[in-house]
Design a protein around this ligand. Structure first.
Ligand SMILES: *[C@@H]1O[C@H](CO)[C@@H](O)[C@H](O)[C@H]1NC(C)=O
Ligand SMILES: *[C@@H]1O[C@H](CO)[C@@H](O)[C@H](O)[C@H]1NC(C)=O
Ligand SMILES: *[C@@H]1O[C@H](CO)[C@@H](O)[C@H](O)[C@H]1NC(C)=O
Ligand SMILES: *[C@@H]1O[C@H](CO)[C@@H](O)[C@H](O)[C@H]1NC(C)=O
Ligand SMILES: *[C@@H]1O[C@H](CO)[C@@H](O)[C@H](O)[C@H]1NC(C)=O
Ligand SMILES: *[C@@H]1O[C@H](CO)[C@@H](O)[C@H](O)[C@H]1NC(C)=O
Ligand SMILES: CC(=O)N[C@H]1CO[C@H](CO)[C@@H](O)[C@@H]1O
Length: 551
């Protein structure tokens, strides 16, 4: 049957219905899906008045509520900011009046719970430990000051491996306060750590963006396991002031997010000098606008090296052969993007790095000195804990909170407590580490082969040279374990690998090479769009969207 156009448009109700349908579809189409929403998408919706930051905070709170303790019980989030809604309302009003302060204006961010926020705001800073519950920190962390100045909204605090995984032989993602955080890609899979909650939260859109910290692997590994982009910045690019420490020689704060573009936006805000962290004073004079590095042709004409020795040796790196197969395919993609892959491009120090224990000594000595100083600097602490020695006793005195069955170990705390400060062995170990990781490690491989960067699968032994050198890593999604992968235990309540669990690709470079690494990661991400190939398991996908909270 043919429509006779002269007949049907006469019905006035038709126009009204058409108007309603189209209004509905345009409006729905302009609301981003919070599972994937990027900072740029959220900003354009906020600028257009499609929704407000108050709406965003409400929606993220509801999404957290759906999956954190209910449903799949992912235990990714420790606390919600009781001031977030009022801060959002203020920032909405300011946007209306005078526009946005930055790309992060009105954007809700979750912080790993070792990053301090002033107690008067209503949140605790505990590194997951009851020994710090109710403690009053002297100030916001340096990175939090920069976030607030840029107009970001602190949504809450994310669960983590307690003390950033410097307590003992404990499963990744477990803390006394938060319990066992788990992965959203397979029930009870290992989220990795120590920024576990930040990773899980970012992976399913429980916040727009998240921050983690890394001493050795704690940003790149959760990024890898949760299908995310992570930047582990050069030590000294982002301030560690107000971060519950492990070691000033290795700790660094960086973004864990869903895209390279979001990572670049966050890093541009949190990077920079801070008089309260003198390592930051050694960084280049101006912080680059890292969003300018987002060039899909960034790999063209570049030389990318593969440090195979040790790092791709399965008997040392311990990676599933499937990860290596997908990595070899990534090398083809890199070639296809116009880069020369130099393979192998080994680190001269590779064999020594594989057996060296200098890092353990440095971290053990630094942790005691710095954690004692952290406790001392608190304005008050209801637990009475004032030192590492007090902490060990507190844990033993409160086993129901801090040493439940199968999560008793605190051997790293005990080992660190046994150290005796900065002696000649320590300074030797520190110098050896610089030599192994940087001089005869990453820098030697870059120089000998005239490389722009190194590339490796994120899982395995990849993080160590950059950790001991203090050098940057940018990690992007690489692939997912296949359906028939053999499921193994990772902790008493977690498994790894498991079907569909993601793994990442890491770009490594010399000090302060973030701008270049971001470009390479962006080019690879834009070509492959691996993140979008797979979603979390159905129960772990929150249902609340902006349309449910607007109005
Ligand atoms: C912080 O800890 C105190 C207990 O010391 C608790 O009363 C308060 O609710 C906590 N804040 C949040 C946001 O959970
Ligand atoms: C930072 O200050 C401490 C003590 O004030 C000093 O020992 C250390 O060398 C300084 N570090 C840097 C990187 O400037
Ligand atoms: C891998 O490492 C093992 C253990 O150190 C060593 O015996 C083996 O020769 C290495 N393989 C290669 C290909 O280098
Ligand atoms: C530190 O590294 C050096 C050089 O590889 C090595 O000789 C030394 O045994 C290492 N020290 C420790 C404590 O592992
Ligand atoms: C330095 O202290 C460490 C423990 O922190 C110890 O193992 C080492 O023997 C000490 N070195 C010297 C020279 O005393
Ligand atoms: C999994 O399946 C693939 C084909 O889909 C096969 O090549 C591989 O050998 C299998 N792996 C295991 C561990 O069964
Ligand atoms: C926001 C939230 O759900 N926080 C919870 C984190 O886990 C602890 C331990 O189960 C709960 O007490 C918090 O309420």
């Amino acid at each position: 049957m043919n429509f006779r156009p002269t007949q049907w448009p006469w019905l006035p109700g038709y126009y009204f219905a058409l108007f309603l349908v189209c209004f509905g579809c345009v409006r729905a189409a302009s609301l981003p899906d919070l599972y994937e929403a990027s900072v740029v998408e959220l900003q354009s919706g906020l600028d257009a008045g499609d929704f407000t930051s108050v709406d965003l905070v409400k929606a993220y709170f509801a999404r957290i509520d759906e999956v954190n303790l209910k449903g799949p019980q992912l235990r990714a989030v420790l606390e919600l900011n009781p001031s977030a809604l009022s801060q959002a309302a203020q920032l909405d009003a300011e946007r209306k009046k005078s526009g946005k302060r930055s790309l992060l204006h009105g954007i809700p961010i979750l912080l790993k719970d070792n990053i301090a926020t002033v107690a008067s705001e209503g949140m605790n800073t505990t590194a997951g430990s009851f020994s710090l519950l109710g403690s009053v920190v002297p100030d916001d962390a340096g990175v939090v000051k920069k976030l607030r100045k840029a107009g970001a909204i602190i949504l809450g605090k994310a669960n983590l491996s307690e003390f950033a995984h410097f307590r003992g032989n404990l499963a990744s993602g477990w803390s006394g306060r938060g319990g066992q955080c788990t992965n959203a890609y397979f029930p009870h899979a290992d989220p990795c750590g120590s920024s576990s909650g930040s990773g899980v939260a970012a992976s399913i859109g429980l916040a727009a963006i998240t921050l983690g910290t890394e001493t050795d692997g704690s940003i790149t590994c959760p990024s890898s396991n949760n299908n995310l982009v992570g930047i582990k910045p050069t030590v000294g690019l982002t301030s560690r002031a107000g971060v519950v420490p492990i070691s000033e020689h290795q700790d660094t704060v960086g973004p864990i997010v869903r895209s390279v573009a979001d990572a670049a936006a966050v890093l541009s805000v949190i990077a920079g000098k801070d008089p309260n962290d003198n390592f930051t004073l050694a960084q280049p004079a101006t912080v680059p606008d890292f969003t300018k590095a987002l060039n899909a042709n960034a790999l063209r004409g570049k030389r990318i090296g593969v440090p195979r020795r040790v790092f791709l040796n399965d008997s040392i790196a311990g990676n599933d052969p499937f990860v290596n197969t997908v990595f070899e395919q990534a090398l083809e993609t890199i070639r296809g993007l116009g880069a020369t892959v130099v393979d192998p491009a080994d680190l001269p120090s590779a064999d020594e790095i594989a057996v060296s224990n200098n890092e353990t000594l440095v971290l053990d000595v630094d942790f005691k000195v710095q954690l004692d100083a952290y406790y001392q600097a608190l304005l008050s602490n209801p637990s009475g804990v004032r030192s590492l020695a007090d902490l060990i006793k507190f844990n033993d005195d409160n086993p129901a909170l801090e040493e439940p069955p199968r999560f008793e170990d605190q051997s790293e705390l005990i080992e660190s407590e046994a150290t005796s400060g900065f002696n000649s062995t320590y300074f030797q170990a520190l110098a050896f580490d610089k030599d192994l990781g940087a001089t005869r490690g990453i820098d030697a491989a870059l120089k000998a082969n005239k490389l722009d960067a190194l590339i490796l699968p994120a899982p395995g032994f990849t993080t160590v040279p950059a950790a001991i050198a203090g050098y940057p890593i940018v990690t992007v999604p690489l692939g997912f374990y296949p359906e028939n992968v053999t499921i193994a235990l990772a902790g008493p309540e977690t498994v790894y690998p498991a079907p569909g669990v993601p793994f990442g690709l890491s770009f490594l470079g010399t000090a302060f090479s973030e701008f270049e690494l971001i470009g390479f990661a962006f080019a690879y991400e834009q070509k492959t769009k691996t993140r979008l190939a797979r979603k979390a398991f159905a129960e772990a996908i929150p249902k609340t969207q902006l349309k449910d909270v607007i109005g």
